[in-house]
Ligand binder design. Structure first.
Ligand code: B12
Length: 223
C-alpha cells in the first residue's frame, strides 16, 4: 500500500471523516493490504496526532469524538478481515477484557479483543467503565485464564490496581493471569501494581497472552 494511502487514512482520522476512513479501508481490503498494517501505519498515527493536538488545545472534545467515530467506521470494515486470520484454531484460552472504572475509551481495547479472538482466544468484553468486582465476577463465571484491563487516563490507571485487588478478594488471583495496557500504562506500572504483564499494542497483547497461557500450564504441570 503506498505511503500516501496511509497518510490519507491518517488524515481521515484527524479530519473526523468516517466516510473517507471507511472508503480507504475498503480500498485497502480490495488491494490485499494487511488490515493490521492499515491500522498501525494509517489510522492509529491519526489518533496519536489527534491526542497531541487535543493536549495542545488545538482540538476540542467534539473533534476528538468525530475522530473516534472515523476510527470506528474504519474498524467496522477491517474487523471482519482481522478475524479471518485465525479461524478454526484450537481454543488458546479464555480472556475477560474491559476498560477500568471511570474510563470510557474503548477503541484500543476492542482492537486487542479482536486480535485475541482472531488468534484463538475466547474473549468476553465487559465494555467500558467496569468496576473491579465485575471483572472478578465474570472471571469466576467463565473460569477465565486471563483478565485484561485497559486504561487510557492517568486518573483511571490506578483502577487497574483495583481490579487486581478485587480478584484477590474473590480468591481468584492464583488462577487468573492479569495483563494491563493503554496509552499511559508501562511495564514499570504493571510491575508496581503486581500485574502479570503489559503489552504496548494489540499484536503484542496476543504474544503476551500466549506467554501467560504457557506460564499457567507450566504451573499446572508442577502442581
Ligand atoms: C479517541 C479518544 C477519546 C474518545 C474515546 C472514544 C472511544 N469510544 O473510545 C472520547 C472523545 C470519548 C475521549 C474522551 C476523553 N478523553 Co480521550 N482520547 C482519545 C485519543 C485521541 C485516542 C485514543 C485511541 O482510541 N487510540 C487508538 C488506540 C488504537 O490506541 P490505544 O487506545 O492506546 O490502545 C492500544 C494500546 O494502548 C494497547 N492497549 C489498549 N488497551 C489495552 C488493554 C490490554 C489488556 C493490553 C494488553 C493492551 C491494551 O493496545 C491498543 C491497540 O494497539 C487519545 C489520545 C491518545 N494518544 O491516546 C485521547 C486521550 C486518551 N484522552 C484524553 C482525555 C483528557 C479525555 C477526556 C478526559 C476529555 C474530556 N475533557 O472530557 C475524556 C475522558 C472520558 C472518560 N471518562 O473516559 C487524554 C488523557 C490524558 C491523560 N494523561 O490522562 C488523551 C491522552 C488526549 C490528550 N493528549 O490529552 N477520548
Amino acid at each position: 500500500m503506498p505511503d500516501n494511502t496511509f497518510s490519507a487514512m491518517r488524515q481521515s482520522i484527524v479530519d473526523g471523516a468516517p466516510d473517507t476512513a471507511a472508503n480507504l479501508a475498503q480500498q485497502a481490503v480490495a488491494a490485499g493490504t494487511s488490515p493490521l498494517d492499515a491500522i498501525n501505519n494509517g489510522y492509529v498515527p491519526g489518533m496519536h496526532e489527534v491526542g497531541e493536538q487535543f493536549a495542545k488545545g488545538q482540538m476540542f472534545l467534539p473533534d476528538m469524538m468525530a475522530s473516534a467515530e472515523a476510527m470506528r467506521a474504519a474498524m467496522a470494515v477491517l474487523d471482519p478481515e482481522l478475524k479471518k486470520v485465525g479461524t478454526e484454531r484450537p481454543l488458546s484460552g479464555v480472556v475477560v477484557l474491559g476498560t477500568t472504572k471511570g474510563d470510557i475509551h474503548e477503541i484500543g481495547k476492542i482492537l486487542v479483543g479482536t486480535l485475541l479472538t482472531a488468534h484463538g482466544f475466547r474473549v468476553h468484553d465487559l465494555g467500558v467503565d467496569v468496576p473491579g468486582e465485575k471483572f472478578a465476577a465474570k472471571a469466576r463465571e467463565l473460569n477465565a485464564d486471563i483478565v485484561g484491563v485497559s486504561a487510557l487516563l492517568t486518573t483511571t490507571m490506578r483502577n487497574q490496581r483495583g481490579v487486581i485487588e478485587a480478584l484477590e478478594k474473590a480468591g481468584l488471583r492464583s488462577q487468573v493471569k492479569i495483563m494491563v495496557g493503554g496509552a499511559p500504562v508501562s511495564r514499570r506500572w504493571a510491575e508496581e501494581i503486581g500485574a502479570d504483564g503489559y503489552a504496548k499494542d494489540a499484536m503484542s497483547a496476543v504474544d503476551l497472552a500466549r506467554e501467560l497461557m504457557q506460564q499457567k500450564s507450566a504451573i499446572a504441570e508442577h502442581a
